[in-house]
Design a protein around this ligand. Structure first.
Ligand code: PLP
Length: 379
């Protein structure tokens, strides 16, 4: 049925998940799996997390949707919480990571246009980035594989290289309005930005009033052991985009604006029918409230356990990433993903690595079970 009626844009794995509990998934034959993918970094609190289900269900039964032409408390409360936890000042809500990035791109161009007039509109992006699937965000995605079939792509993106500050300087011109980057490239292969690189990028941005856009769609919401990855680097971006883990399984995107950009978007310049849905916002508030200091410390502890355990495997060439966003370099990663699945462990890939993005509240026991299987397969 799926092959016949659903557009064939996904190369699906031959399994149908029907139920989840914590970090356990069950397929249509009642086989049990440990989920180390959490969707793709989406189910921050695992499957069927009680308080989240309660918050979402309660709101659905009260009021499921109103237009953004009216006030709703859950949206305002979530925006306030996001701002207080990040030192950002305002939030625009959408439905996905790509939309959050679209909003960031629009905001950066308008900020520059308002201040300097038209023409200063180019954005520097990094090789192997991934920013989404809409026309603007695939144009911003600096991977050749994405730049096919759909010509013409959006003009206005210049490519530099991660951890190569000279290439960033070279890409910047007097027409540059922003630099957009991931602190850890997710789809690009779990490539981590160095502190020296980010510090230098931030300095370049400050000196020339170029906005720093942090795409934290994958790295955000506790994934790296801080609420947002920028917090590891001692800098604050001008715009932060968030999605995946914020909704814990329901669609939400958030574009967070700092001091410079808080009032750039004005009445009528941007909008969304579904963005900031009340029930999803109620659930997202539970996610943020659960991610307190102790919770985030536990993320680091679990990360260390995974790294310590898997570093000993002879089949592991390197482990990159931070917190519970880890890339494992090994031979034949794609085959190993299938083997792991057949042994009851769900993992992802990123380029030629195995990628682990478990729910942040995975239990020690669930993790131990999964690590035992990973050790067997990576030996
Ligand atoms: C997943 C992802 C996106 C796109 O998010 P969608 O919700 O699929 O639109 C953008 N940027 C990064 C870094 C991502 O990981």
């Amino acid at each position: 049925m799926d092959k016949k009626y659903v557009a064939n844009t996904y190369s699906r794995t031959d399994v149908e998940f029907v139920r989840g509990q914590g970090s356990k998934l069950y397929d249509s034959d009642e086989n049990e799996y440990i989920d180390l993918g959490a969707g793709i970094a989406v189910n921050t609190l695992g499957h069927n997390y009680k308080e989240w289900v309660y918050a979402v269900n309660g709101q659905l039964a009260t009021l499921a949707h109103t237009s953004n032409l009216y006030y709703t408390a859950p949206q305002a409360v979530l925006a306030k919480t996001l701002c207080e936890r990040t030192a950002m000042e305002k939030v625009f809500f959408s439905n996905s990571g790509a939309e959050a990035n679209e909003c960031a791109i629009k905001c950066a161009r308008k900020y520059s246009c308002d201040k300097y007039g038209a023409g200063r509109d180019r954005i520097v992006v990094l090789k192997n980035s991934f920013h989404g699937r809409t026309m603007a965000t695939i144009s911003a995605t600096a991977q050749d594989g994405f730049h096919q079939h759909f010509m013409p792509f959006l003009d206005g993106f210049d490519v530099a290289y991660l951890n190569d500050i000279a290439s960033v300087k070279q890409a910047i011109t007097d027409k540059t309005c922003a630099i957009m980057l991931e602190f850890i490239q997710g789809e690009g292969g779990i490539n981590v930005a160095t502190e020296a690189f980010i510090t230098a990028v931030k300095e370049l941005c400050e000196a020339q009033d170029i906005l720093l856009i942090a795409d934290e769609v994958q790295t955000g919401i506790g994934r790296t052991g801080n609420l947002y990855a920028f917090m590891h680097y001692g800098i604050v971006p001008d715009i932060v985009t968030s999605a995946k883990g914020l909704g814990n399984g329901l669609p939400i995107g958030a574009t967070l604006f700092g001091k410079k950009t808080a009032n750039t978007l004005t009445y009528g310049t941007h909008g969304s029918t579904f963005g900031g849905n009340v029930a999803i916002c109620k659930g997202a508030k539970v996610v943020l409230d659960t991610l307190d200091e102790d919770f985030l410390l536990a993320v680091d502890k679990k990360s260390k356990k995974i790294i310590d355990t898997l570093s000993e495997c002879s089949g592991v060439k390197s482990i990159t990433g931070k917190g519970l966003m880890l890339g494992i370099a090994c031979d034949d990663a794609k085959d190993k993903v299938q083997t792991l699945l057949s042994k009851g462990v769900v993992v992802l890939t990123a380029k030629d690595k195995i990628r682990l993005l478990p729910s942040l509240n995975i239990t020690e026991q669930e993790l131990d079970t999964a690590l035992k299987v990973l050790k067997e397969v990576l030996l």
